[in-house]
Design a protein around this ligand. Structure first.
Ligand SMILES: Nc1ncnc2c1ncn2[C@@H]1O[C@H](COP(=O)(O)OP(=O)(O)OP(=O)(O)O)[C@@H](O)[C@H]1O
Ligand SMILES: [Mg+2]
Length: 467
């Protein structure tokens, strides 16, 4: 995960089951350093009570115990507490057994002798998975308590900051410039400003400056007199006037042609518009909100956007953070979109832990809209209640896999420089190295790489390796 989660309030309980007391002690110490409560035991029928009663979350088990007397206990545990994560401790000579264990539901494995760092990494990974699960469970409650402003959801510090500014600007009448990547909720925020301001109850008029022909925007915004152009059979007030004391939301403001930028600036300064073909001015009272996903300051420097209009609109600037910078909001948003689908389709949906972890890890270039669409699609495809990874679209999974592969191959550097090595090359290296590390076990390699078995086979074929 790129953004660490807030640790849960209750610490995780780890049980270390090994015949060797020194290993037990060392593991317990490391678990304690990781903020977990550690217990040690020889995993036998005697420790069954401890496992079930103590609410153990993670079991580190030596394979000799787990395949001997402890075997029944593990089976029982898996039945009664399927959420308990089992980490298989094995020796290098019997690594094959650990791989088998992974197939049968163990969460991870460690090859003895392992370092403190290796154990810490495994524990942290499991703790992170837990937190994601817990977040999912707590979501309904949080949704019920209505986190966010209006329809805007999010509890991240970035969103909290946004709400504070939003609450203040809603009470004013200044123009507000809303900046953010596509799908970050610019229109939602504009509507929230309107709904929380003095103009609520009056019209909210969105104008998409990007989708109207320039001649049309002019008459749409500023109105026209009868006969102003061919087909203007009747006079039209224009949206600025029609909005009355409400709000005009100028979406995609960067698309406004330069001559109309001048006309808009005049309208804002003089608080009146001159309809097309007319020589009279009509007063306007509407509040102006504008939005764009483009870098307006760069456009100003390039002479593509009027500096004076930029200053006029930018009295208050609200910058919406991309979803990848507030990953802690993803579970909340995902639950909201699931709930919406549940209501519409009269079915219950929930995410598997793996799917939720994936949703949190993925970078969402299309932001909240992309997340919302991805969940709608998955709900429509889902055959049962639980949404598995396979129900997420392949394009998203492929993009995620490429990013994951680059992170694995160059963990420090992030995505590799395409000029030096292509992503395809990186992917190939990651796949072949992983396969090598697991002695050619394709099932396990696919699992470690977080890709499907079929994808792995296809890739190997592409590389000319016999699957
Ligand atoms: N914080 C949020 N909480 C809940 N829903 C959100 C949030 N942000 C965005 N959405 C939803 O995501 C979708 C996209 O939001 P919106 O249309 O406001 O984005 P936008 O920034 O205007 O995108 P674009 O630049 O592509 O027009 C909408 O369905 C909106 O309801
Ligand atoms: Mg929009």
């Amino acid at each position: 995960m790129q953004t660490p989660f807030q640790p849960e309030a209750a610490p995780l309980h780890v049980l270390v089951a090994d015949d060797d007391a020194s290993i037990r002690r060392a593991c317990c110490e490391i678990a304690a350093i990781e903020g977990m409560v550690a217990h040690e035991a020889e995993l036998s029928s005697r420790s069954r009570g401890l496992l079930l009663a103590k609410g153990v979350d993670i079991v580190l088990v030596d394979e000799t115990i787990a395949t001997g007397e402890g075997c029944d206990v593990l089976d029982e545990l898996r039945l009664m507490r399927p959420d308990v994560a089992v980490v298989w401790m094995t020796s290098a000579s019997t690594v094959q057994l650990a791989l088998e264990a992974l197939r049968f539901g163990a969460s991870d494995y460690l090859i003895k002798p392992f370092s403190a760092d290796e154990l810490s990494t495994v524990l942290r990974r499991l703790a992170e998975r837990r937190t994601v699960d817990a977040a999912s469970r707590g979501l309904r409650e949080r949704l019920r308590s209505g986190k966010g402003v209006g329809n805007i959801l999010g509890e991240s510090p970035e969103m909290e900051k946004l709400y504070r500014i939003l609450a203040r600007v809603a009470q004013t009448v200044h123009p507000v410039l809303i900046i953010g990547e596509s799908g970050t909720g610019k229109e939602l925020v504009a509507r929230a400003i309107h709904a929380n301001g003095s103009g609520s109850g009056k019209p909210f008029v969105p104008v998409d400056c990007g989708s109207l022909a320039p001649t049309l925007i002019e008459s749409e915004l500023f109105g026209h007199v009868k006969g102003a152009f061919t087909g203007a059979h009747r006079p039209n007030d224009g949206l600025m006037v029609a909005a009355g004391a409400g709000t005009v939301f100028l979406d995609e403001i960067a698309e406004l042609p330069l001559d109309l930028q001048a006309k808009l600036l005049r309208a804002l300064q003089e608080k009146e518009v001159r309809p097309l073909g007319g020589n009279h001015a009509v007063p306007i009272r509407a509040r102006i909100l504008a939005a764009t996903h483009q870098d307006l300051t760069a456009m100003v420097e390039q002479g593509r956007f009027r500096r004076d209009l930029y200053y006029r609109l930018n009295v208050v600037k609200l910058t919406l953070p991309p979803l990848r910078e507030r990953k802690e909001d993803i579970p909340l948003l995902a639950a909201h979109f699931l709930e919406r689908n549940s209501l519409e389709m009269r079915r219950t949906f929930r995410l598997s832990a793996e799917t939720l972890a994936f949703l949190v890890d993925y970078a969402w270039p299309g932001n909240v809209r992309e997340l919302s669409n991805a969940i709608d699609r998955a709900c429509n495809l889902a055959s049962g209640e639980v949404i598995e990874m396979g129900e997420m679209s392949t394009s998203i999974r492929d993009a995620w896999m490429q990013a994951t592969v680059s992170r694995r191959v160059h963990p420090e550097e992030g995505p590799a420089e395409p000029a030096v090595v292509t992503l395809a090359e990186l992917e190939k290296r990651a796949i072949l190295t992983t396969l090598d590390q697991v002695n050619g076990d394709k099932l396990l390699a696919a699992r470690l790489l977080n890709i499907g078995k079929t994808t792995l086979y296809r890739k190997l074929k592409e590389y000319g390796e016999t699957p």
